[in-house]
Design a binder for this molecule. Structure first.
Ligand code: GTP
Ligand code: MG
Length: 419
């Protein structure tokens, strides 16, 4: 058996780190939301009682955070790992995505097939449907045929995005929050800047699907030069696809491979300067998406991965594809944790810090007013003192609660990040 089952891969997949991290940070934000609500109620009530200790600004600051935290939780719920595929027409972008998803989901074929941006993401409840930009309707799709038809029927602009929702339980990559973006051939469109602004800025990983039968082209290179001016050190993988074609040219195979490898590595290391020579070795692969997809479809039916005539060297290519997937999973999970969660945890920290400061100042003011009172006649003050003592106690308690929360959040965030 060449391929471990989807479930086996899932349990050990680095993608799980993202999934678990997301769950953890979400739990932390549930708590922060709790504290912020508590604090907001407390500060508002206190203001009604005592306008000296709590000023309007404090109340506004704390209550405004209620909405902000809600906003962060919404963004957090939508956070995913995004991979975008680029390359010239017919290099096999859609085929690579299908191979990774283990199913013929995206239409693929000779000629110019994909004519707009297609985003594949997991859906709940086993539903499959698509949604076009600016339209809330779900169009049901049951098969690739239907999907291709639905896509043709729409008058789509190449820049537009069609979101394809596919049952999460059909593929562990979708279940683990990976979102795939397929693009039209890079050579077909003149609107590369628009493409980048619209579809690339939040991508965690880019996959350049090159054609192993030719060589890296200027259009492909230019595109990534543009990408790397807008993003600092994008994570780029280069797949030399259609490597099965080299099987018929055994004599030159090693030479061709060495040449492709050198050029691709030079491109990543010297031109784009996005990785070191050592890292480049983990970013360049020689594969056949078509073979892998076929093998996986066979396995799904309980058949051996290869039946019938196959080009020489299939097991190696299949292995290399799996190796690519492993490196890809490590890379995307690491990158997404950093780019998405680091931001949230900074926000969470600063929110809790601000609230703590407010509590601190309320406490200080409460203390100060109590001292003033000691100069006034004793009997008049006893009653007042009692309430303020109570107030002080509660503020102190609140302050400590927030203090613990800040420490707890900090600890857990840094633990989650280092994990
Ligand atoms: P556009 O959407 O038109 O930009 O093309 P694409 O890059 O998505 O390519 P697609 O996946 O549609 O593949 C184009 C053709 O190449 C299809 O007929 C695939 O079956 C075939 N193909 C894809 N990968 C391989 C491969 O590794 N080996 C061989 N021999 N054929 C492949
Ligand atoms: Mg395509």
């Amino acid at each position: 058996t060449v391929a471990p089952s989807a479930d086996l891969r899932n349990s050990s997949s680095p993608l799980q780190r993202f999934v678990k991290g997301k769950r953890k940070i979400n739990d932390i934000f549930v708590e922060i939301e709790d504290y912020v609500l508590d604090s907001s109620n407390y500060v508002s009530a206190l203001r009604k009682e005592n306008k000296v200790i709590v000023d309007e600004g404090d109340v506004k600051l704390v209550t405004d955070y209620v909405q902000k935290i809600k906003g962060i939780r919404d963004v957090l719920a939508r956070d995913h790992m995004k991979v975008a595929f680029f390359g010239r027409t017919s290099n096999g972008k859609s085929s690579v995505i299908n191979a990774m998803l283990r199913d013929k989901i995206l239409p693929s074929g000779i000629g110019h097939t994909t004519n707009c941006f297609l985003q594949v993401e997991g859906s709940e409840n086993g539903e499959s449907y698509l949604m076009t930009e600016g339209c809330q309707d779900k169009q049901n799709v049951k098969s690739v045929g239907q999907l291709a038809h639905a896509l043709c029927k729409e008058k789509l602009n190449e820049n537009q995005l069609v979101r394809i929702f596919w049952p999460r339980d059909k593929c562990f990559l979708l279940r683990d929050d990976v979102v795939f973006v397929d693009s039209p051939g890079i050579d077909v469109s003149p609107n590369l800047d628009e493409w980048i602004d619209k579809h690339c800025l939040d991508a965690d990983v880019f996959v350049l699907v090159a054609n192993a039968e030719s060589t890296l082209m200027v259009t492909e290179k230019n595109f990534f030069h543009k990408v790397s001016t807008k993003l600092s050190k994008p994570n780029i993988f280069i797949l030399n696809n259609r490597w099965d074609a080299s099987a018929s040219e055994m004599d030159f195979q090693d030479q061709v491979r060495a040449q492709h490898l050198e050029r691709a590595a030079d491109f990543l290391v010297k031109e784009l300067k996005v990785c070191s020579p050592k890292e480049a070795n983990e970013r360049i692969f020689f594969v056949s998406a078509k073979e892998v997809l076929q093998a996986r479809l066979n396995e799904e039916k309980g058949m051996p991965p290869h039946s019938g005539a196959l080009a020489e060297g299939f097991p190696n290519r299949y292995f290399e594809f799996q190796d690519f997937e492993k490196k890809f999973e490590e890379c995307i999970s690491k990158s997404a944790i950093k780019t998405k969660f680091e931001q949230h945890s900074q926000r969470g920290k600063s929110v809790s810090q601000d609230i703590r400061d407010v509590m601190e100042s309320i406490y200080e003011k409460a203390l100060a007013t109590q001292k003033d009172k000691s100069f006034v006649k004793k009997d008049l003050n006893d009653k007042l003192n009692f309430t303020e003592q109570q107030l002080l106690l509660i503020t102190q308690e609140m302050k400590e609660k927030i203090h613990h929360m800040v420490e707890d959040v900090e600890q857990r965030v840094s633990k989650a990040l280092s994990e």
